[in-house]
Design a protein around this ligand. Structure first.
Ligand code: NAD
Ligand code: UDP
Length: 311
């Protein structure tokens, strides 16, 4: 039976990935330090005979004989990754080195969850994988953006120097059940605010754009990438190319939730990217993957989840 390690497996994306891998009939080891992840996300798997939870911080070395590694450990919301920026960089860099060393030791294939943040505040639109990005190296987002960029460098250096089988996925904004209600990301913030009848907090004028991918689509993309031929290393964008302004997102969520929240405008965070939209030609052609879930449908699922955990 295949053995697969998922770092960050108790987090939002990681826990959905663990679910899907268990359904596929493989052994899953989930390593997580529970910084932003929670055992609640994997509670239903804890007694499964093919599932193992390991409370471990990937900034420390780890050696487990596995066939493949999905490296997802890293806080993803700006509020959390800026809470302890030095730790965020350590997770990205020491974490990548530790996981790559483990992959090297056991000849395991390894997938890195990189991010659209490597494009920074992009001057090319939509973003293709050939674009090198426009990133501030010394700002409050840099611990995450530059950490992820350097992790990509490490992956490609291990690939060239040690012939490791690597996969680098650049994930664009993803949403769905199991996001934390207080993690500060836009979809969870707006849904929680609308459900509680609180003001909707638009940062800036709300004209900045993002493209939102539903979690089920994203997990399909990651698994298809991991299972693709060895010469497909990426980087490959995984995301939904439908682009919305933040104001449009707020109005959509308000109309789905109902209630009487009003929009309020606040200052824009430093270095907040103005636009984001993946070009997914590579994912479509190399992985035969594209997202299927419409924003309205994905939001309905996410709203139901938050209703359940909030009330
Ligand atoms: P999340 O915060 O819900 O999950 C991250 C998980 O990693 C948590 O369970 C956390 O406890 C764990 N973790 C953090 N530091 C760790 C460490 N040092 N050692 C072990 N575990 C650690 O975030 P998510 O949205 O599930 O994101 C998962 C991955 O996907 C991250 O690497 C993130 O950068 C990437 N990503 C996510 C998005 C998105 O929109 N969700 C977009 C781009 C990239
Ligand atoms: N945003 C907002 N209100 C919120 C939270 C976020 O207007 O309550 C904006 C934020 O400024 C950014 C966009 O929504 O322009 C997406 O933010 P998020 O933190 O979800 O992701 P990222 O900036 O990493 O793409």
């Amino acid at each position: 039976m295949k053995r697969i390690l998922v770092t960050g497996g108790a987090g939002f994306l990681g826990s959905h990935l663990c679910d899907r891998l268990i359904e596929k009939g493989v052994r899953v080891i989930c390593a997580d330090n529970l910084f932003t992840g929670t055992k609640r996300n994997i509670e239903h798997l804890l007694n499964h005979p093919h599932f193992e939870f390991l409370q471990h911080d990937i900034t420390l070395p780890l050696y487990i004989d596995v066939d493949s590694i999905y490296n997802l450990a890293c806080p993803a919301s700006p509020v959390h990754y800026q809470h302890d920026p030095v730790k965020t960089i350590k997770t990205n860099l020491y974490g990548a080195i530790n996981m790559l060393d483990m992959a090297k030791q056991f000849k395991a294939r390894i997938l890195q969850s990189s991010t659209s943040e490597v494009y920074g505040d992009p001057t090319e639109h939509p973003q293709t994988e050939k674009y090198w990005g426009n990133v501030n190296p010394i700002g409050p987002r840099s611990c995450y953006d530059e950490g992820k960029r350097c992790a990509e460098t490490l992956f490609f250096d291990y690939y060239r120097q040690y012939q490791l089988e690597i996969k680098v996925a650049r994930i664009f904004n993803t949403y769905g059940p199991r996001m934390l209600p207080n993690d500060g990301r836009v979809v969870s913030n707006f849904i929680v605010q609308a459900l509680k009848g609180e003001n909707i907090t638009i940062y800036g004028d709300g004209q900045q754009t993002r493209s939102f991918c539903y979690v089920d689509d994203l997990i399909d993309g990651l698994i298809q990438f991991m299972d693709s031929p060895a010469d497909i290393t990426g980087p490959i964008n995984i995301g939904n190319p439908n682009e919305f302004t933040i104001l449009e997102l707020a109005e959509k969520i308000l109309s789905l939730v109902g209630g009487k929240s009003t929009l309020t405008f606040h200052s824009l965070p430093v270095d907040d990217p103005q636009q984001r939209k993946p070009d997914i030609t590579l994912a479509k052609t190399k992985l035969v993957w594209e997202p299927r879930v419409r924003l309205d449908d994905g939001l309905e699922e996410t709203i139901s989840y938050f209703k359940k955990i909030l009330f």
